[in-house]
Design a protein around this ligand. Structure first.
Ligand code: FE
Ligand code: CA
Length: 523
């Protein structure tokens, strides 16, 4: 494996940019100041965007909604603080209420509602709903995590990414809602920032989004989808973003369009990050401050699994070799190039060493496996991914190997295709140790129906023997995790360009506890 540098630091340029932004960005105003309207009048039901829950702890979780009677044009709630009631019950009919209370939906946060529950029982399902004025929300179902010392026999989850509204229906989410999952992980591209395009199944409203109101309206458009609402209401979610929640292939404070000034781009980033917070079931620790938002965090499911939710966008140094699929430039080996940033990397490395969970899961965005995408002797790699940050990747894999991290598993989105890969100490040597495995999940809708194989699939698989499976249709990955085994089922929706597409499992791969590497399982 390549030489490993043990420390990483943010580049000086990143540091200066962050300092300048802190000075120029107003600190986020604390909401809930001033009068509160307790009997608001809405011209129509304000609960148009459904409900959601997330970030489970052993004694609680976050429940979410947003008051938006006119969701596609600014929200439409009266521009005042509005009281919202919430209830938590043991039963779906909301008769055995165990907690109730009120909170405030503030115009400063788009009348979004985030309630952090605590003091509930571990490993238990609950139901929740909200009321405002004369209206009640849909009822959501969620659960607490097990206690850290609880020995957990099974966790059933799914992970998903890339839900371009214009190119496919969200049929996969409806199927997901019927899977009786404990958890859904969203790996980003929850929205796309592009202007509405003609000739597609559905259409984005307006041009490319740039302002807070633009981003809010775009989230509301996506969140108006009934299948997406069903999936959110079915279980807690762990969410992270990728690039399209702000701008295609951005890096920290650098736009994909090279001529955009850093301070202008950071204003846009602040708007995008705030709208993301407003629409996701996130804790107060993620309330953005100007263009900064804490999204990396970990969630533990008893002794079974620890999920490290990563943010490979906000802190990365600019793509050393630019975008696209290319031969690697010398910058790909720059020891100062970083995809996680120094603080997140230190937090992750420390957490991996301290974890006592059987499975250690990195929920992240871009492909970690070193896949040569060009048939023939020439080697080309996608430069927006870990292959362009060779020292970052080597340091992480070496850390997992040398610190004997228990059963590391990497979950990835971004590329609108399914891959199962073993992560090798040396990707060029089949006999070198397998350190971890990576499950890459396809898009829910981005790119339309897709196909089983692409033109050069056979050659790419032959040149990259650590890749065990490839498919470019749509769907999600269901994972059944037990102390003995991790199983990933690749769930495919045959058509997303017509309603009610059929779902089937294309294949399953397992990892046995204590034995690095995937094996194909019989269905
Ligand atoms: Fe995408
Ligand atoms: Ca090649």
């Amino acid at each position: 494996m390549p030489p490993v540098q043990l420390f990483v630091k943010n580049t000086r340029r990143d540091f200066l940019a962050q300092g300048a932004a802190l000075l120029s960005a107003p600190l986020f105003r604390l909401p809930f100041l001033g009068a509160v309207e307790k009997k608001p009048h809405f011209s129509r039901n304000p609960f148009t965007l459904g409900v959601a829950s997330g970030d489970p702890l052993p004694d609680g979780f976050v429940i979410w909604t947003r008051l938006a009677p006119e969701p596609l044009s600014g929200g439409g709630a009266p521009p005042v603080n509005i009281e919202v009631e919430w209830e938590i019950a043991h039963d779906e009919s909301m008769k055995q209420v165990v907690r109730r209370g009120t909170t405030v939906a503030s115009p400063d946060l788009g009348h979004s509602v985030h309630v952090e529950l605590a003091g509930l029982e571990p490993s238990r399902w609950y139901f929740y709903r909200f009321r405002a004025g004369d209206y009640a929300s849909a009822i959501g179902r969620t659960r607490t995590a097990p206690r850290p010392d609880e020995s957990v026999s099974q966790l059933k989850m799914a992970f998903v990414s890339c839900q371009h509204y214009e190119t496919g229906y969200y049929t996969g989410f409806r199927h997901m809602a019927e899977e009786n999952l404990d958890l859904v992980i969203h790996l980003g591209d929850y929205i796309y920032e592009s202007a509405g395009a003609d000739g597609r199944l559905r259409k984005h409203t307006g041009g490319e989004i740039e302002t807070l109101v633009d981003y809010r309206n775009r989230y509301a458009l996506y969140r108006s989808d009934p299948d997406l609402q069903l999936a959110h209401a079915s279980c807690p979610w762990l969410v992270t973003w990728d690039d399209h929640e702000l701008d295609n292939n951005y890096a920290a404070e650098i736009s994909q369009d090279e001529n955009v000034a850093v301070d202008k781009f950071l204003d846009r980033r602040a708007a995008a990050y705030q709208a993301y917070y407003e629409h996701m079931p996130l804790r107060k620790s993620s309330i953005p401050r100007g263009p900064f938002m804490q999204l990396y965090r970990k969630v533990t499911f008893g002794d079974l699994a620890e999920f490290f939710v990563l943010d490979t966008r906000q802190y990365r140094s600019d793509q050393p070799c630019g975008d696209g699929i290319k031969s690697r430039c010398t910058g790909a080996f720059d020891p100062d190039a970083t995809i996680l940033g120094g603080d997140q990397e230190a937090w992750l490395f420390d957490g991996l060493v301290k974890s006592s969970a059987r499975w250690n899961v990195l929920a992240q965005q871009v492909m970690m496996a070193h896949v040569d995408r060009t048939p023939g002797p020439e080697k080309k790699f996608s430069m927006d991914k870990w292959s362009a940050y060779e020292v970052s990747r080597s340091r992480l894999l070496y850390h997992m190997l040398s610190r004997k991290v228990s059963n590391p598993v990497v979950l990835t989105g971004d590329i609108h295709s399914n891959w199962v890969c073993d992560l090798k100490a040396d990707f060029g040597d089949e006999t070198s140790p397998t350190i971890a495995s990576e499950f890459v999940g396809t898009s829910i809708s981005s790119g339309g129906d897709g196909s089983q194989r692409l033109g050069n699939t056979a050659e790419v698989l032959a040149e990259n023997p650590f890749v065990r499976y490839f498919n470019a249709q749509r769907g999600y990955v269901r994972c059944v995790i037990t102390p003995d085994e991790w199983q990933s089922d690749y769930r495919i929706v045959e058509h997303v360009t017509i309603p009610n597409g059929r779902i089937f499992t294309d294949c399953a791969y397992v990892i046995e506890n204590g034995k690095a590497g995937v094996e194909r399982a019989s269905l």
